[in-house]
Design a protein around this ligand. Structure first.
Ligand code: APR
Length: 248
């Protein structure tokens, strides 16, 4: 399965001038972190209009923290999987120039990726909405919800982008600069339904770059702009792909 397509993808990467990866929740599923959409997705259990929008958080932070605490308990245990390691290796080989992730779990950095642009923030930091103090999430007890700022008692919020919040300006700028330079984009484990992240592959395709997509199932990108679709689990496909790049 996929053999010829895998070789073609490896050739494209090997010949690329500026390859960039865009990753989504699917890449961390095999680290035990649920994705948002699709089978067993988080939004099946939690209605995003009640849990994902910043106005829901502001209205009822304790309720939203119920979901967040569950995610933090999972993230605490999660380890990078072979897909994260493969992308780190591809950067080490000098092929992947940067990685834009929509994930907030920090697993790419833990796998060794250096140039990571966190498009939706990072769950490792909590910020006080009253005094602005920042804390490592691991230092904050999450017994009473919402967790309170140790200094002023204000509500703590993860440094992640909720719907209705802007993308951190620097990440936005850097990600679009990367897309403008990119001639091959590896799009891994994202449904590409959330904008502006989903504009990144579009931008690459429109300027003549090639999209290699790795996903369990087709997305709206697949028919419209994907050059090579590798169907399957990222943790199986990416290590094989990187091995082919190394051998070729
Ligand atoms: N390997 C490859 N792909 C996978 C795997 C896997 N093991 N498991 C799931 N997938 C795919 C699914 O088929 C789906 O297309 O990963 C994708 C996950 O999609 P989403 O759950 O929509 O995640 P993502 O695209 O990252 O969501 C974007 O939505 O709610 C927000 O802010 C949140 O950053 C998130 C954004």
């Amino acid at each position: 399965m996929n053999d010829e397509k895998m070789r073609e993808a490896a050739r494209l990467l090997k010949r690329s001038r500026h390859a960039v990866a865009l990753t989504g929740a699917g890449i961390s599923v095999e680290s035990g972190i649920p994705a948002f959409r699709g089978a067993q997705g988080l939004w099946d259990r939690y209605d995003p209009s009640e849990y994902a929008h910043i106005s829901s958080f502001m209205r009822n932070p304790g309720k939203v923290w119920g979901m967040l605490r569950e995610l933090y308990r999972i993230m605490e245990q999660a380890q990078p999987n072979p897909a994260h390691h493969a992308l780190a290796r591809l950067e080490e080989l000098g092929i992947l120039k940067s990685l834009v992730t929509q994930n907030v779990d920090g697993l790419h950095q833990r796998a060794g990726s250096k140039r990571v642009i966190e498009f939706h923030g990072n769950g490792g930091t909590l910020i006080c909405l009253s005094c602005g103090m920042e804390y490592p999430a691991r230092d904050i007890r999450m017994d009473d919800l919402p967790p309170a700022c140790p200094r002023c008692g204000g509500v703590l919020k993860p440094q992640v982008v909720f719907f209705g919040e802007p993308i951190p300006p620097r990440a936005l700028e850097e990600a679009f600069e990367e897309a403008d330079q990119c001639d091959v984009m590896l799009v891994v484990g994202t449904s590409a339904q959330v904008y502006p992240a989903a504009d990144l592959p579009r931008r690459v395709a429109w300027s003549g770059g090639r999209i290699i997509e790795i996903n369990l199932e087709e997305t709206h990108l697949t028919q419209d702009m994907t050059h090579i679709f590798l169907q399957g689990s990222a943790s199986e496909i990416l290590p094989r792909l990187v091995e082919l790049v190394e051998k070729s």
